[in-house]
Design a protein around this ligand. Sequence first.
Ligand code: ADP
Ligand code: MG
Length: 703
Amino acid sequence: MIDIQKDILKKYFGYDRFRKGQEEVINSILQKNDTIAIMPTGAGKSLCYQVPAMALSGVTVVISPLISLMKDQVDSLNEIGIKSTYINSTLSSIEITERLFDAKDEEYKLIYVAPERLNSREFLNFLNDANISLIAIDEAHCVSQWGHDFRPSYTRISQAIENLYERPIVCAFTATATSEVKDDIKKLLKLREPNEYISGFDRENLTFSVIRGENTKKFIADFVENNEEQTGIVYTSTRKEAESIYELLIDKDYKAGIYHAGLTDEQRTKMQDDFSYDNINVIVATNAFGMGIDKSNVRYVIHNNMPKNMESYYQEAGRAGRDGEKSECILLFNPRDIQTQKFFIEETIHNIDRKEYEYKRLQYMIDYCHTSNCLRKYILEYFGEENIEDKCKNCSVCNDNEEKEDITVLAQKIISCVYRMKERFGSILIAQVLRGSKNQKLLNFGLDKLSTYGIVKEYTVKEIQEIINKLIADDYLVLSQGQYPLVKMNKKSVDVLKGNENVFMKINKKVKKISNSDNELFDILRELRKEISTRESIPPYIVFSDASLKEMSIYMPQSEEEFLTIKGVGQSKLEKYGNLFMEKINEYRKNKNIETKEIKKETKKEKVKSHIITLNLYNEKKSVEDIAKERDLVESTVREHLFRCAIEGMEVDLDKLLPDEYEKQIEEVVNKVGYNALKTIKENLPDEISYFHIKVFLHKVKG
Ligand code: ADP
Ligand code: MG
C-alpha cells in the first residue's frame, strides 16, 4: 500500500516524500477509517485526501467553503494529471447536469462542492447513484460555532451522508486546534470512531517576529522597499488602516493591492486575481482576505495590528511560505490594538460565556506580543505541543543578539515628564514638551514652565513619541482607554524613576531584507512561468512553485530524467513544460558558458549511471516492481530508466513496458491521427494509456 501512495506522490505531485503527518492520515483513510486531521495552514492537508482519492476506486467529494478557491484547486489538479471538477453556483444548470453525468461515469476522481450543494436534490441523487468512495470535509472548523468561520450549512453535511444508501469514508481537515472545535467536528459531522491526527504545528521555514511600539507605517514602507520583488500580505484590523497603508504604498509606486469587505465583489475578485497572478507584489488587507488564498509563494506576512487570537494569527501568518521556502511573519504590536480588539468583542459578542472565552483567547495573544521567551515555543505550546526546545534560533526573541542600549536615563526623563504633566496628556504633547517645542497648545497650558521642558534635544518629536510607544509596549508606561488615550504611570514607571529598574531597548531597528537566494536564471524561469500563466489562464504558482524554479535554477536539469528529480515535477508537468523550461536553461548555460553542471541533484551516490543499474537488474529477470522496491524508486521511474536505455541504444525488451492490447489501441489511433500530435493521440486513448506508453510505442515503430 505504501508503494501506491509514494507512487502517486511522485508521479502526480512530483514530491519525493510526505511531510510530517501526511502519511499516517493517508494510511488511516485508505484503511477505510473515518479520520480527522488537524494540521497548520500550509502543512499540506489537501494532499491527504487527494492521494487517497487517486488510490481508491470511485469518486471523492470534497466539501470546501469557498467557491472562489475551487477553480484554482481544480486547475492545479488537472495540471498534474488528476481529473477533477467543481460544481457550484457559477455554473449554469446545464453545465452542472453535464458535469454530474460525467462524474457518474467516473470521468473525475475529485469533485469540489460547497456545503450548500447538499441542499440540491439533483446533487443528492447523484451521490446515491455514483460510486462515492470518500467524502473529505476541508476547513471543517466551519461546522463549529467556536470556529472563526462558522457556516450553518456545514451542520447539514452529516444529514446528507446519513441519507446515502452506502456510507463512504468520511474525513475532516482543519487548522484550528482548540478542543471545543475538534469535539464539535466529530459530533456534528457524526464521524464514526474517527482516527485523530494532530500533526506538529511547527512550520520550520517561517521566521516569527514581534516588534513593539514601532511606527508601523514607516516600518511597512521600509520593508516593502527592501523586499520589492517579494510577494507579501499586510494585514490590518480595520478598513481605514488598510486604505491608508495601501495609499502610502501606491504613492511610492509599489505594486500594491487592497482587499476588504467594503469593496465590491468585482473589485475583490480583481485584487485576488492580481495577487494570484503576480501582477501585484503586496496586498494590504483586513482579515476578510485569506481563506481564498492558496498562493504558495507568499514570502512575508506582516500584521500591522495584533489579531484577536492565536488561532487567527497563526492561520494568517501561516499563509507565508506554503512552498516550504524561508519566509517572514512579523507582528507589529501597538498597545492600542488591545483596545481595538476589546472593542470588537464588546460590540459583536453578546453571549457571556462566549465573551469570556474570547477575552481569554485575546489575553494569550497579548502575552505572545510581550513574551521574552522563544516565540515558536510559545506558539507550539499554545497549540498543545510538549517537549519543545527552549530556543528555536529562528524568531525575533532567539535572534535578538543585537545589543540593546541602556536607555534608563532617557526613560527617566520621559517618565518624570509624564509625572509633571500630571498624567493628563497624550504622547504627542509629552514629546513636544521634552523636545522644547513652541507649539501654541503647549504654551497655552503653560507646559513650557515645567522642569522637564526641553530636556531631550537629541531626538525629534516623532522619535521621542516612538520611544514613548515602545515604553508603553514594554509596560514601563500605560495608555488609558478612550479615543484620545492619555499616558499614565504604573508601578514599573515608579521603579524606573527611583532607579530600581534599568531599561534596555533597541532604538534604531534595521529593517530586514529577506535573504534572497534568487539568481539570474531563477528570474528568467520566473518570466517564462508568467508567460505560460498568462497564456493558459492559470496562476503562476500553479504552473510551478517558487521551490521548483529554485531547484531548476540550481540543478539545471538537462534531460527528462533529471527534470523529474525537481521538487514538484511529476509526469504531467514534465510533459507539459519540461521542454520549455529546459530550453531556457540550456540557453542560459550557453550564454554563460556553463559546460557541465557542477552541481547535480543526486539522490544516490552511484558511480554507474542510475538507469543502467536499473537495466542490469532488469536483465537479471527482476520485475519492474521488484526493482522499484530494491532501489527505492517509484515504478514509473524504473520504466523511464528502461526506456532511456532503449533510446540510448541498449538492448531492452520493450514489449514488457507496453502491454499488447495497449499497443493495438495506440496503433489504431496513430493510423488515424498520425505520429506527430502526441497530445491528440493521448486524447483519443483511454486514460490508463499514458504518455509513457505512447512514447514507447513511437520509439518501437520509428526507432
Ligand atoms: P493546507 O491546506 O494544509 O493549508 P495545502 O494543502 O494548500 O496546505 O499545501 C500547501 C503547499 O504544500 C502546497 O503548495 C503543496 O503543494 C505543498 N505540499 C504538500 N505536501 C507536500 C510534500 N509532501 N512535499 C512538498 N510539498 C508539499
Ligand atoms: Mg487547505
